[in-house]
Write a protein that binds this ligand. Structure first.
Ligand code: 5AD
Ligand code: SF4
Length: 474
C-alpha cells in the first residue's frame, strides 16, 4: 500500500490540497458503507477572526464530502473553534465538553475536534489530556491551514491527535472557504499582535504580527467580488500596523486606497484599530472614500491615564480624546465604538469616573463593556492589587449606563434621515421584515423579503428603538 504521508508534496498549499483529495476518498468510502452521509457542525466562540477561521474549517469539510448539519446534537463530527480572551469563554467550552462526554457514550462513533485560541494554552491541553480523553483532535491557531491533513490523521489513527505549534511565520493561501453570507465576507489582512497590553492573552495565543501580502489580499477580494460579495471586513488585531517591517509593502491607508479601486465592491469595513497607531493619513483616506464605512472601532479600555499606563496601551486619556475629536471633526457622520474593561488591577472609583468622563466626552455610538478577567501568564495576572468582585459590581453598571445613554443619544440623531442599508437577513422575529445595516453599523428593520438580501436599499429611518431603527424603504 502506498504511504499517503510519504507521498505528500512539500509546498504547503499543494500538500493540503493533496490531503484534501485523500480525505475525499476516505469520506466517500465511509459514506458508501452507511445509509446517510457523514455530517459535521462547527461552533464558533469569540471574535470575527474566529468566525472567519470557522468558514475555512467548514470550506475544507464540505469539500471533503461532509454535509453541514444544522444541529450539533446530530452531527457525526463536532468542531469547537474556541476563544480564551476571558475566562468565561473557557468555562463555556468545558461546560459543553461535559455534555459531549455523555453524548459520546451514546454515540461512540461521533468525533470531536477542538481548535482556536484556548488550545494554545499549555494548561488547557494538560486538562484535556487528563479529563477529556474522548476528544479526537486538538490543534491550535498557527496550523489551522493543516486541517485537511489533521482530519485525515484523526480518521486514520485511534488515539487523541494533538498538534499545537508555538508560533509560525507561515501564511498559507488558496485553501477552500465556505462563506456564511454570499454578499459579505471577512478578509484576514494580518495575524497576531505585538502590543502586549498587560491584561491580554492574545499575543501569547495568536503569536507575533504577520501581514499578508497586499497582492494576495487584493486578489482575494477581487475573487470575492466576482462571486457576489459587496462588503468586506478587513480583519487584524491591529490593522493600523499593517505592512510594518515588510520591505516595499503598502501601509494600511495605502492598502485601503487600492481596495477602494476594486469595481463592484461597495463597502469596506475593518477592525480593530489601536489608538496609538491611527494615522492622519488613515483619517484622510476615510474622509475621501466613497466605500469605507462610517464606523471606527477604537478600543479605549480605560479612561484613566494611570490605568492606561499600567495596561501598556501607550496613549493617555487626553491623547485619546484628542484623536477622537480629530476624527469626528474630519468625518462628522462617523460612528465611534469602543471596548472598555472594568476591574483592572489597582482600579479605583476615580479611575472609573475618568472612563465615564471619556465616554461622555467622545459620545461613543456603542461600546462593549467587559469585566476584567485574569489570564494566567499575562503581566496583569501577577499584579498584587487585583480588585474585588464587590468593586466590579458597584462600578460596572455605572459604565454600562453611560455607554447606553450615549449610544441612544447618538442613534436618535438620525431619525427621519434617508440612508443606505445593506440588507443582510430576514428578521428573526417577523418574517415580513428584513434586517440590514447602515454604513455606521446600526441595524435597521423594515418591510421586505428574502429577494432583497444582499442589495443596498435607500431606507427612511422612521423610529429609533434606542439601539436600532424601524425604517421604510423609499
Ligand atoms: N479581561 C477583560 N477583557 C479583555 N479584553 C482583552 N483581554 C481581556 C481581559 N483579560 C477585551 C479588550 C479587547 C477585547 C477584544 O477584549 O477590551 O479590546
Ligand atoms: Fe490584546 Fe492589546 Fe493586542 Fe488588542 S492590541 S489583541 S488588547 S494585546
Amino acid at each position: 500500500m502506498v504511504n499517503v504521508y510519504s507521498n505528500a508534496p512539500v509546498d504547503e498549499t499543494e500538500r493540503q490540497l493533496y490531503f484534501l483529495e485523500e480525505l475525499k476518498k476516505k469520506i466517500s468510502t465511509i459514506n458508501e458503507s452507511r445509509d446517510d452521509k457523514l455530517t459535521c457542525h462547527v461552533t464558533t466562540f469569540g471574535c470575527q477572526m474566529n468566525a472567519r477561521d470557522s468558514e475555512k474549517l467548514l470550506g475544507i469539510l464540505k469539500e471533503a464530502g461532509f454535509i453541514e448539519s444544522d444541529e450539533e446534537e446530530k452531527a457525526d463530527f463536532i468542531i469547537y473553534n474556541t476563544c480564551t480572551v476571558r475566562d468565561n469563554a473557557n468555562q463555556k467550552v468545558y461546560g459543553r465538553l461535559g455534555y459531549l462526554k455523555n453524548q459520546k457514550k451514546k454515540r461512540p462513533d461521533m468525533k470531536v475536534a477542538l481548535c482556536g485560541c484556548m488550545m494554545q494554552e499549555p494548561s488547557v491541553i494538560e486538562k484535556l489530556k487528563k479529563s477529556y480523553r474522548f476528544v479526537n483532535l486538538i490543534f491550535g491557531t498557527h496550523n489551522i491551514f493543516k486541517f485537511a491533513e489533521l482530519v485525515y490523521r484523526m480518521l486514520d489513527e485511534d488515539t487523541m491527535v494533538i498538534d499545537i505549534w508555538e508560533d509560525t511565520d507561515k501564511i498559507v493561501e488558496d485553501l477552500p472557504v465556505d462563506r456564511k453570507y454570499s454578499f459579505k465576507s471577512g478578509v484576514n489582512i494580518m495575524f497576531g499582535c505585538n502590543n502586549f497590553c498587560t491584561y491580554c492573552i492574545v499575543p501569547y495565543v495568536r503569536g507575533r504580527e504577520r501581514s499578508r501580502s497586499s497582492k494576495e489580499i487584493i486578489r482575494e477580494i477581487e475573487k470575492l467580488v466576482a462571486d457576489g460579495v459587496k462588503e468586506v471586513m478587513l480583519l487584524g488585531q491591529n490593522v493600523n500596523s499593517y505592512g510594518k517591517g515588510i520591505e516595499n509593502e503598502l501601509t494600511f491607508p495605502q492598502l485601503l486606497t487600492e481596495i477602494e479601486k476594486i469595481d463592484g465592491l461597495e463597502r469596506i469595513r475593518f477592525m480593530t484599530s489601536h489608538p496609538k497607531d491611527l494615522s492622519d493619513e488613515l483619517i484622510e483616506v476615510m474622509r475621501n472614500s466613497k466605500k469605507i464605512c462610517k464606523h471606527l472601532h477604537l478600543p479605549l479600555q480605560s479612561g484613566s491615564s494611570k490605568i492606561l499606563g499600567v495596561m501598556n496601551r501607550r496613549y493617555t486619556k487626553e491623547s485619546y480624546i484628542e484623536l477622537a475629536t480629530k476624527i469626528r471633526k474630519a468625518i462628522p457622520d462617523i460612528a465611534i465604538t469602543s471596548d472598555i474593561i472594568v476591574g483592572f488591577p489597582g482600579e479605583t472609583k476615580e479611575d472609573v469616573d475618568e472612563t465615564i468622563d471619556v465616554i461622555n466626552t467622545v459620545k461613543f455610538d456603542g461600546a462593549f463593556t467587559f469585566v476584567y478577567s485574569k489570564r494566567t501568564g499575562t503581566p496583569a495576572a501577577a499584579m498584587d492589587n487585583q480588585v474585588s468582585d464587590e468593586f466590579v459590581k458597584e462600578h460596572f453598571d455605572r459604565v454600562l449606563k453611560a455607554v447606553q445613554e450615549n449610544a441612544k443619544d447618538q442613534a436618535n440623531k438620525l431619525t427621519g434621515k434617508i440612508m443606505e442599508v445593506l440588507v443582510e437577513d430576514v428578521n428573526d422575529h417577523d418574517s415580513t421584515m428584513v434586517t440590514g445595516r447602515l454604513s455606521n453599523n446600526l441595524c435597521v428593520h423594515f418591510k421586505g423579503d428574502s429577494s432583497i438580501i444582499g442589495t443596498i436599499k435607500n431606507v427612511k429611518l422612521v423610529e429609533c428603538k434606542d439601539f436600532y431603527y424601524i425604517g421604510e424603504i423609499v
